[in-house]
Design a protein around this ligand. Structure first.
Ligand code: PHE
Length: 450
């Protein structure tokens, strides 16, 4: 087996992990989750989730990666016994499926960025609908999906330090500067005041009344946004040196990812409110339609939209890089092939597997709900059971060392993972499976009905 690569710097590791975490989840999914689930009330529940459940599971992934120093499949094979040995396969499979359609959606966004530069965005919803249909189906969608996959292959192929780490170090600061500039710019818009009160003053009566929707949505969003349940964090942690402080790193990853999600809300809602668009438009396509037509109706919308969609493209690229690294690192650990060949082969296969998603929105929904509501939660649940109850004291020891020897924190984390996190995940999985079955039934009915 070839000598395992390591990160050049600890900051490089944190930035790469943040780069994986910040992606379509923060910029595309987050605002419409907030919109669908009642605004500020959702934001509060979500932040609590990310801070407690998200951080606990993130630390579990970091512990596994750092202890084994191997990609997920090999990590579980080495650390675990019995059926647990095979857990890594679930992560690699989930990463594979997610990546196959994530690049499709990222491709739509790349096209929106180009479109904004070329011709701006239409202000009417009908025209925005047509624009979305053109971006999301047909040859163009496949071409943009292919280009995005190719860019991912290039970064991963360049290696851990010169590709993944460098890309994160360069891209993230640019992303933050652009987003802060956009948030400041839109704060002057006429709808900004209303948007802020919608987004920032929670009504807890709303949480109590709608907890059945809000809770699973907040949990799903928390896992997705932190790239959990897919082995990305295990893989990235497998490249760090033994002595690193993982609790501080984990907290930094959660804090930066949440900061960017909240910042995006401060951009999207003022624009939507100024354009008079409803913030609660559900669904994957609708968010493109309402955002694009909102950009089409505000002053300087073409330029703003281009910058906004371009930042999304950058963020998405760092996420696809993380996902591909899960699959590639497995091949490198196991098969001993060249990194460039592994990345190229994985990219080509995924391009082909993603073509149905690039051809139909229904397929994207079908994959997305399956990954988010089922696979990702199953992955996080099994990981928590394994780390909490099997690896248990050994894991707590790693976490305690990660705090500089504060034993109390390791125990607190272990018990959080063992009981509350597992209970929450079981409940969330129940809701998720029900949602998914509902979607499959809807799709079946559409095909059966004349
Ligand atoms: N965290 C990424 C986002 O928010 C998505 C992702 C999930 C990436 C899982 C990698 C693994 O868009």
């Amino acid at each position: 087996m070839a000598e395992r690569e390591t990160w050049a710097t600890r900051v490089g590791f944190v930035l790469a992990a943040v780069g994986s975490a910040v992606g379509l989840g923060n910029i595309w999914r987050f605002p419409f989750q907030v919109g669908e689930n009642g605004g500020a009330a959702f934001l509060v529940v979500y932040l609590v989730f990310v801070g407690v459940v998200g951080l606990s599971v993130l630390l579990a992934e970091l512990v596994v990666g750092r202890s084994a120093r191997q990609s997920p499949v090999e990590a579980f094979a080495e650390l675990a016994q019995g059926v647990w040995e095979h857990l890594g396969w679930l992560f690699v499979a989930t990463a594979f499926i997610l990546l196959s359609y994530y690049t499709v959606v990222a491709g739509w966004i790349a096209r929106y960025a180009v479109e904004g530069m070329r011709s701006g965005y239409p202000s009417s919803v009908e025209a925005a609908d047509a624009q979305f249909a053109a971006a999301a189906t047909g040859v163009d969608a496949v071409v943009f999906h292919g280009m995005f996959m190719a860019a991912t292959v290039v970064v991963v192929g360049l290696g851990l330090r010169c590709g993944v780490e460098l890309a994160a170090k360069v891209t993230l600061p640019v992303l933050v500067v652009l987003l802060v500039a956009l948030a400041v710019y839109v704060s002057d818009m006429s709808g900004a005041e209303t948007a802020y009160s919608y987004y920032l003053s929670p009504d807890f009566g709303e949480v109590a009344a709608n907890w059945k929707e809000i809770l699973p949505a907040a949990a799903g969003q928390a896992f997705f946004t932190l790239s959990l349940g897919m082995g990305v964090m295990i893989t990235y942690a497998s490249y760090i040196e033994k002595d690193e402080k993982i609790v501080r790193d984990g907290a930094a990853i959660v804090a930066l990812d949440s900061f960017i999600a909240v910042l995006v809300g401060l951009i999207v809602f003022p624009i939507l409110f100024t354009a008079g668009m409803p913030p609660a438009e559900p669904g994957h396509g609708a968010v493109f339609v309402s955002l694009a037509s909102a950009f089409g109706s505000v002053p300087m919308g073409g330029g703003l939209g281009t910058v906004f969609f371009a930042t999304v493209v950058l963020a998405a690229l760092l996420s696809t890089v993380g996902l591909m690294e899960v699959v590639v690192s497995h091949i490198l650990d196991y098969e001993g092939v060249e990194r460039t060949v592994a990345a190229g082969g994985v990219g080509l296969t995924l391009f082909v597997v993603g073509i149905p998603a690039a051809s139909s929105l229904v397929v994207v929904d079908f994959y997305d709900l399956f990954v988010n509501r089922v696979l990702l939660v199953v992955g996080a649940l099994l990981l928590s059971v394994y780390v909490g109850w099997r690896l248990s004291n050994e894991a707590a020891g790693v976490v305690s060392r990660g705090t500089g020897g504060f034993d109390g924190f390791g125990r607190l984390w272990l018990w959080t993972l063992r009981v509350p996190v597992i209970l929450v995940l079981v409940v969330v999985l129940g809701f998720g499976v029900a949602d998914y079955v509902g979607l499959v039934q809807d799709i079946a009915e559409t095909f059966v009905s004349p």
